[in-house]
Design a protein around this ligand. Structure first.
Ligand code: BT5
Length: 229
């Protein structure tokens, strides 16, 4: 692994994309102690104070373009397995790219394409920020502000290793099993258009969510659902 560690950057995904364009090899990892403009999906921000794990893994994959959507589920499974093995807690996955612990978000994943490379970006709340998260972000962390028995560095390395060694197709059954969305009543928030209520039925082998609603069955390949408990 070629590992670039930064004290502070705007976004490790942005840096990794830049390195990919310059020809950096498969397995390059960029991490940072904090990010000033951590990216979420759809232009959203990922709050990235010191205490979190922020890393981006550069993959030069031979997966056909239609299977690249499997990399987000693969990364979710890789993070879950690692956190469970090293920290002894079992996060749930919320389709499509979030990890939750006790109904609060623990980790978000953002995969971005950079030429023929894919950047797998992972933001994991390792230690709670001393002042907590902003009140409008229902987030949780693995450990209190002082950290825990597994160091942040060790966990970050193990996560990067798990991402680099996971097989995307072989992760799908586990992605489904760990996912808290299938079977639930949800509200679908399409990228354009009005939200609508639906029942989540299943996740298919391409990582898409199958929902049933007033107008029949729809297969969602990205976007947002909120679970109605
Ligand atoms: C994500 O987007 O959750 C993807 C986050 C990926 C972050 C990593 S960090 C390393 C790499 N470099 C980057 O620049 N990005 C990646 P999304 O599903 O759109 O969720 C964003 C939403 O999560 C926000 O609108 C907030 O509601 C919530 N959120 C923001 N910061 C959070 C945090 N630290 N913990 C939990 N939830 C958070």
């Amino acid at each position: 692994m070629d590992w670039v560690h930064l004290e502070e950057t705007d976004s490790t995904n942005r840096v990794a994309k830049e390195l990919a364009r310059q020809g950096a090899p498969h397995g390059t990892v960029v991490s940072a102690k904090r990010q000033t403009a951590g990216r979420g999906r759809l232009g959203r921000r990922f709050c990235s104070p010191e205490g979190g794990i922020y890393l981006s893994v550069l993959l030069r994959t031979d997966l056909p373009p239609e299977d690249r959507a499997l990399l987000t589920p693969m990364a979710a499974v890789a993070v879950c397995r690692t956190v469970e093995r090293l920290c002894g807690v079992r996060p749930d996955i919320k389709w499509v790219n979030d990890l939750y612990l006790e109904d609060k978000k623990l980790c978000g994943i953002l995969c971005e394409v950079a030429g023929d490379a894919v950047i797998v970006g992972i933001g994991l709340n390792y230690a709670m920020p001393p002042a907590g998260f902003p009140p409008d972000i229902p987030a949780t962390a693995l450990y209190p502000p002082a950290g825990g028995p597994v160091s942040r560095e060790k966990l970050a390395e193990a996560i990067a290793e798990a991402v680099l060694t996971a097989d995307p197709r072989a992760c799908m059954a586990e992605y489904r099993a760990r996912n808290l969305v299938p079977g639930k009543r949800v509200t679908v928030h399409p990228i354009s258009g009005e939200p609508y209520p639906a029942k989540a039925l299943d996740i298919d082998d391409r990582g898409r969510l199958v929902v049933e609603w007033e107008q029949g069955t729809t297969i969602l390949d990205s976007g947002e659902v909120s679970v109605r408990f």
